[in-house]
Design a protein around this ligand. Structure first.
Ligand code: IPE
Ligand code: IPE
Ligand code: MG
Length: 259
């Protein structure tokens, strides 16, 4: 069985000029604050404002899915006061923003291991997802206590529970259907702000053929212009998915002739 979306390894996905799905590691909040002699958490607060404007810019440009890394499964290693500030900020932002998200036709999804969050936050997450579930204009996914390895392990456990005693091998498509982002196509464009050039255990499976864009801009400073720069860079890439450049040109030509 193949999923609703084309897998980049099992098939060749459609490629459009505007990335359909953008995934972002919103990094650099702490350094943004430190540069201004502010506490690190002031950077996280400004980070929420940056996210609001990037959602709007994505929608205006025709992006359909935006996925943002808000808290990794490794971020629990941070000082307790920063972790609790981030949890409170997540709760407050949901309370404050969900109405506006809904009015704008945005479906909100939260992916990650929610079991470590307190009950009030989990309740707010479920309520926000339920309220916006029928929206189809745009999907915002917040990855919270998310780890790419956790996601894959979780999918394997779910598959095994669904097929007890099965001896034949599972397929990529079967696994992909159990991943937390089964409802979205694989990301076309990945952006990491803040200057680091690593994946930090984000969407390991889904990034197999995603175009990567790294920028030194710190997340609170990331705006529509910075997004356009990333999209322009994306548009200059040749997405071959394993084929040769010549094969790709022939395919594009055939499509153009048929149009
Ligand atoms: C990203 O900004 C936000 C989270 C990880 C929650 P950082 O807090 O990692 O900022 P830097 O990398 O220390 O500047
Ligand atoms: C990645 O940023 C996670 C989020 C942005 C939520 P980190 O700042 O935690 O990543 P590392 O530790 O520099 O790899
Ligand atoms: Mg960081």
């Amino acid at each position: 069985m193949s999923g609703r979306f084309r897998s980049s390894t099992r098939d060749i996905p459609e490629v459009s000029a505007v990335p359909r799905h953008v995934a972002v590691i919103m990094d650099g909040n702490g350094r943004w604050a430190r540069k201004r002699l502010l506490p690190r958490v002031a950077g996280h607060k400004r980070g929420v404002e940056a996210l609001r404007s990037v959602i709007r810019a994505c929608m205006e440009r025709g992006v359909e899915y935006l996925t943002v890394f808000a808290f990794s499964s490794e971020n629990w290693r941070r000082p307790a006061d920063e972790v609790s500030f981030l949890m409170q900020l997540f709760l407050n932002s949901l309370q404050k923003e969900v109405g506006r998200l809904h009015e704008n036709g945005i479906r909100l999804r939260v992916v990650g291991d929610l079991s470590r969050f307190d009950a009030k936050l989990v309740e707010m997450i479920h309520a926000s997802e339920a309220r916006t579930a029928a929206n189809t204009r745009f999907t915002l996914t917040v990855a919270a206590n998310y780890g790419g390895r956790w996601d894959i392990m979780n999918a394997i456990s779910r598959l095994m529970a669904r097929h007890p005693g099965r001896s034949e091998a599972f397929t990529e498509d079967e696994l992909a259907c159990e991943l937390s982002m089964h409802y979205a196509p694989e990301p076309d464009l990945f952006i990491r702000t803040g200057g680091e050039t690593r994946i930090s255990n984000f969407l390991l499976w889904q990034l197999a053929y995603t175009e990567l864009h790294f920028t030194d801009v710190l997340w609170p400073d990331f705006d529509a212009d910075a997004l356009d720069e990333a999209i322009t860079s994306y548009q200059q890439r040749e997405r071959r998915f394993g084929r040769t450049s010549e094969q790709l040109q022939t395919t594009l030509q055939t499509r153009g002739d048929n149009a």
